[in-house]
Design a protein around this ligand. Structure first.
Ligand SMILES: [Mn+2]
Length: 438
């Protein structure tokens, strides 16, 4: 794949010598960090470009893109090749989503699926592209790592990803996947980003008791951070967590990635969550400028992140009290206009990682966006039916656009089809539920 990236880069440089570029990126963490890498790298090559960040790639949007510019798609477009074929311009794609269409003549694409390569996120691909443009771009490796963590491709790292981690000079520590690992443990446990700990998350008293049980004492006025714990303290903490979290499918332990982000040591997971929050609150421009090291956006970003967390809490609260459609191995949550379309996916993810539903349960969240329905499907735990196929089969009957992976997929459907969609979805969930072996 590296050889193909070199070729891709050469062609791109030639094609953009006298032509402007439009960068089109997905709005999640991987897409934002991808765009930031490309922006920096193209500035260094004196290229002229504009950036468009999108929630998803719709055919109308593609149709309206100008044809006198070179189009560079990052973290999307692998599923839209048939639409791109109709554009009368050269198109470049750096993406890792599943591909099921033939590559058209006017498209050059780097996607690990083509090369049967280890999974590399788009920010990783953009970083490899930037590195092949110039060795100077090595300083962009951290953004590649943040994208990797954002897309959760960080737990089984192969050679390519390992090289990116090395370029970013990341230091790795094994421990509980609670973040940020750089802040006092009591705060991290109380607001627990990562996983839910019964009796501890959200309870100040619970946190203090839990830390006492684990034999972790205050150091002067503060608790230590995760990364400051001694080996013995760490192992006591992990044991205490194991006792509290009995579900098998919760990932408690993993790699903690610490990296230098504009001269401060940060937890990559926290940076990823911060960037993601901005996009979900429709502030992806601020997220990009944060990734580019803009001082002012660092402050803005913190505020947005806090606001976002409050939004999530109210959304979860709303779901707990609303009427849901529940079946044998599925649940449909139609939040209509009560939950933001940009948050419904996160909320279904939180539910799928919580201990509320049995392994394999399909969780479908629905929210309105303009005249459409945004649908997010997740599997509770790590095994279950193929959701991308499920979504595609529903779209086949109802119309719309679908995408995603095995365990996380979604679709966009015209609001007029709401009733029909719900009927077809429920039918498919009822009929062809595949038994999950434990
Ligand atoms: Mn991605």
């Amino acid at each position: 794949m590296l050889k193909s990236i070199d070729n891709f880069t050469k062609n791109f440089l030639k094609d953009t010598e006298n032509k402007d570029i439009i960068i089109i990126n997905h709005h999640d963490t991987d897409g934002i960090t991808s765009a930031a890498i490309i922006i920096k790298a193209l500035q260094r090559k004196n290229r002229i470009f504009s950036v468009k960040t999108v929630k998803n790639l719709e055919s109308d949007f593609i149709e309206e893109l100008p044809e006198d510019k070179i189009l560079l798609f990052v973290d999307l477009a692998s599923g839209s090749l048939n639409y791109l074929e109709k554009k009368n311009t050269q198109i470049y794609i750096l993406d890792h989503h599943e591909m099921h269409q033939k590559i058209p003549q006017n498209v050059k694409i780097i996607n690990p699926h083509i090369f049967k390569e280890e999974p590399v996120c788009s920010a990783g691909l953009c970083y490899l592209f930037a590195k092949s443009l110039s060795d100077k771009n090595k300083d962009l490796a951290s953004l590649g790592v943040i994208g990797m963590v954002g897309d959760m491709l960080d737990q089984e790292v192969g050679k390519l990803n390992n090289d990116i981690l090395n370029d970013a000079e990341v230091s790795i520590k094994k421990g509980p996947l609670l973040y940020p690992a750089t802040r006092p443990l009591d705060k991290v446990l109380e607001f627990s980003s990562g996983f839910y700990i019964p009796g501890v998350t959200g309870s100040r008293k619970g946190v203090i008791n839990f830390l006492r049980e684990a034999g972790i004492e205050k150091l002067r006025n503060n608790y230590k951070t995760l990364i400051e714990l001694s080996e013995e303290e760490m192992s006591r903490l992990i044991t205490a967590l194991m006792i509290r979290i009995t579900k098998k499918n919760v990932n408690i332990i993993g790699n903690i990635y610490l990296l230098k982000f504009f001269n401060k040591i940060e937890d990559a997971r926290e940076l990823s969550a911060t960037i993601n929050a901005c996009s979900r609150m429709d502030k992806s421009d601020i997220a990009i400028s944060f990734c580019l090291g803009n001082k002012k956006s660092t402050k803005d970003v913190e505020e947005i992140y806090t606001n976002y967390k409050q939004h999530l809490v109210s959304a979860l609260d709303f779901i707990a009290n609303m009427k849901k459609t529940e079946g044998k191995e599925y649940i449909i949550i139609n939040a209509k206009d009560k939950i933001k379309d940009t948050i419904i996916g996160t909320v279904t993810s939180i539910l799928s990682n919580s201990q509320v539903y049995d392994e394999g349960t399909v969780i479908v969240g629905i929210a309105y966006v303009g005249d459409k329905l945004k649908v997010s499907a997740r599997i509770a735990g790590r095994n279950g039916r193929n959701l991308r196929e499920l979504m595609a089969s529903v779209i086949n009957e109802v119309g719309g656009e679908a995408g995603g992976h095995h365990l996380a997929a979604g679709c966009l459907i015209s609001k007029e089809k709401e009733k029909e969609f719900l009927k077809v979805l429920q039918q498919k969930l009822e009929v062809s539920t595949i038994k999950v072996s434990a």
